[in-house]
Design a protein around this ligand. Structure first.
Ligand SMILES: *Cc1c(COP(=O)(O)O)cnc(C)c1O
Length: 405
């Protein structure tokens, strides 16, 4: 039976290669950190400075987290071999949920195996066909999938456009929606920009809508104490639902959660399918995530570093003629526009020991190719400076920026 399908799949895979859409996975030969070893084609390794991980706080390979994970394993074992509601809830899980709520200033928190699952399971229990979801056009794939799993009417507003958001809210109200939920990423990973939450919250109040923010790229480092985009804007307590991940700033392992109004979280425990039908979070991850949250509070200087690095790097690149999107986050999009050029520049930087990724269509719009540079608290100022100088040297060699005077 597989015979003809094998041929079809091979054709499809060849098409992906031909169109430049085939993703080759680079093999790391070391833990995730500021500097990593990558496998080379000849089977050896090369050391590069890593600017493409979501390791914003540099905790992915931090000794304190390794230790907390090991302690959790020796105390709680490898796993619970159960979903939460049968026999998969331990003190450790309750502690992490309480700790996240305390950190985010929310009423309650529910853990998921991943933020992808949190977004997949948050909408369907809360909204039915008499309701509406109004979603930013550039929201993460997991929000899009979560919305698809739910029967609510769907409205989409132009990215970060409050006027269009209001048009869509008006349309949802005019259509007689019972509940309306606005869903947005807190930080958009391709442009590194922050959702305009003050305008979103104001519109939500005017149209009596709820607000859901996916803060995966913000939790742990954005805002004065790392509480994310709501703290950045001073909107603590005004966001009804926050979803976030433990796989980025907070230790880089995996796991995620929905945090927010108590009754919302309580209903999700009863009804959210990825929570009910998937195994409880591994003790190692729960233990390490609790320690990560402690570190954010104990070492406030750590969370200022990624944004400070991004600011230094952006201003140096702009000074010599690079087009860098404005950023207040750890993400610096260096616009190259031309697709092959962006990919070639990333290759040349890797040769110089700077690991960055070029993003081209269809990940970003056609003609908007870029290199995304992600800063980490683990980077030293020297590494950030060296990366900027490497961009400048290659940018000049490739004619992307003018020669030095
Ligand atoms: C990374 C990310 C996710 C998925 O998080 P996981 O915990 O890795 O599943 C969801 N939403 C956004 C905005 C993300 O950036």
């Amino acid at each position: 039976m597989f015979g003809t399908m094998r041929d079809e799949l091979r054709t499809q895979l060849d098409e992906l290669r031909r169109d430049g859409l085939y993703k080759e996975e680079r093999i790391l030969a070391s833990p995730q950190d500021a500097t990593i070893q990558v496998r080379t084609r000849d089977g050896g390794t090369a050391e590069v400075v890593n600017f493409c991980a979501n390791n914003y706080l540099g905790l992915a390979n931090h000794p304190a987290l390794q230790e907390a994970a090991a302690r959790a394993v020796s105390e709680w074992g490898n796993g619970f071999a159960s979903v939460r509601f049968i026999c998969g809830t331990s003190d450790l899980h309750r502690t992490l949920e309480r700790r996240v709520s305390e950190f985010l200033g929310t009423e309650d928190t529910i853990l998921f195996a991943a933020a992808f699952d949190a977004n997949g399971g948050v909408f369907e229990p809360l909204l039915g066909e008499e309701d509406a979801i109004v979603s930013d056009a550039l929201n993460h794939a997991s929000i899009i999938d979560g919305v698809r799993l739910c029967k609510a009417a769907r409205y989409r507003y132009a990215h970060a456009d409050i006027d269009d958001l209001r048009v869509q809210l008006r349309a949802a109200r005019d259509a007689g929606a019972r509940r309306i939920l606005i869903a947005t990423d807190g930080v958009f990973s391709m442009d590194g920009d922050i959702a305009p939450l003050p305008g979103i919250v104001a519109a939500a109040e005017e149209f009596e809508a709820l607000v859901m923010v996916d803060d995966c790229h913000a939790t742990g480092y954005l805002g004065a104490t790392g509480r994310g985009t709501m703290e950045h804007f001073g909107l603590e307590g005004r966001i009804d639902i926050v979803t976030t991940t433990f796989g980025k700033a907070l230790g880089g392992a995996s796991g995620g959660c929905v945090s927010g109004r108590a009754e919302i979280v309580e209903l999700l425990r009863q009804r959210s399918r990825p929570y009910l039908f998937s195994n409880t979070l591994a003790p190692a991850i729960a233990g390490a995530t609790i320690r990560a949250l402690d570190l954010v509070e104990e070492e406030p200087e750590r969370l200022r570093r990624p944004v400070a690095h991004a600011a230094t790097f952006s201003s140096r690149l702009r000074e010599v003629g690079f087009d860098v999107l404005p950023t207040e986050t750890a993400i610096v999009p260096v616009m190259i526009y031309d697709e092959p050029k962006a990919l070639a520049l990333a290759d040349r930087l890797l040769e110089r020991g700077i690991y960055v990724i070029g993003f081209a269509y269809p990940v970003v719009p056609r003609g908007r190719a870029r290199i995304r540079v992600q800063m980490s608290a683990a980077h030293s100022s020297d590494q950030v400076h060296a990366a900027a100088e490497a961009f400048i040297a290659e940018g000049r060699a490739m004619g992307i920026i003018p020669e030095a005077e």
